[in-house]
Ligand binder design. Structure first.
Ligand code: 4AZ
Length: 255
């Protein structure tokens, strides 16, 4: 057997092992910085405070999006995270603040079915929402959801929300090993439209500080925007990360 063939066999063996155990071989967060910027401009968060917070992990062990447990076997995430993705290639990981410290157990499951919001086309058009039905239940508390009747006021400009994720800590930078959080105020629809002419105010909102420096970033998509502990939005898109004048855009879950 040639060296190349031997290498291919080794790769195949690893892939098979991953398939059999249901676990990615390794989970990499790349360079995890202890003192550098977080999410972008955030601070470490403890999974114990957000037990429903989940990571979507590729077969290569890379976190590619955030997600939330909304029922014992149902997960909410962004449509653009899972559109066109084979459900067999998504590992749903819970219960960990440091996503690289993965062990076998209750915290990893696979996806039975992906359901994309039928109205979804692109993030900018709004409705960037999908649900994943899990192959088995996860033993965590579910996230409290926004209520249409009572939570409409939560979307008012100036309301400060919390965003969580293991995504990039700088635009174009590396993911974070540690779960991070950042607080950002919701901007007016006029400000969102100035930054993003295609902004859909009926199905989205945007949040950030005018000077930039605090934001969600790539691989935070599908993660939560929380107000008063309730899920009111999902990380959807933005021009770069934490740029002045370009707030992050979130799928609007309530009214
Ligand atoms: C992304 O690429 C992405 N600053 C998500 C959120 C933001 C930017 C990019 C918001 O998934």
């Amino acid at each position: 057997m040639s060296a190349t063939a031997r290498r291919l066999c080794r790769v195949a063996a690893i892939v098979l092992a991953v398939a059999l155990t249901g676990l990615p071989a390794t989970l990499s967060a790349n360079a995890a910085e202890d003192n550098g910027p977080r999410i972008v401009g955030g601070t470490p968060a403890d999974i114990a405070d957000y037990p429903w917070m989940l990571a979507l992990v590729s077969p290569q062990g890379q976190v590619f999006c955030g997600a939330e447990l909304i029922a014992p076997d149902v997960v909410s995430t962004a449509a653009h995270c899972v559109q066109g993705v084979n459900p067999n290639n998504i590992y749903v990981v819970g219960g960990r603040s440091d996503i690289t410290k993965l062990t076998a157990g209750d915290s990893v499951t696979r996806v039975e079915r992906i359901t994309i919001n039928p109205a979804y086309s692109t993030p900018a058009a709004g409705g960037d929402e999908a649900m994943l039905t899990l192959r088995r239940t996860l033993p965590y508390r579910t996230v409290p959801l926004a209520h249409a009747a009572t939570d409409a006021g939560l979307y008012a400009a100036g309301t400060v929300g919390t965003v969580l994720g293991w995504g990039r800590t700088t635009e174009g930078g590396y993911n974070s090993a540690q779960l991070l959080k950042v607080d950002v105020p919701i901007r007016s629809n006029a400000e969102c439209t100035t930054a993003y002419p295609a902004f859909n105010a009926a199905q989205s909102f945007c949040a950030g500080v005018p000077e930039g420096g605090k934001d969600s970033c790539q691989a935070d998509s599908g993660g939560p925007f929380l107000v008063n502990g309730r899920l009111i939005g999902l990380v959807s898109y933005g021009r770069g990360c934490a740029r002045p004048g370009y707030p992050g855009v979130y799928a609007r879950l309530g009214t």
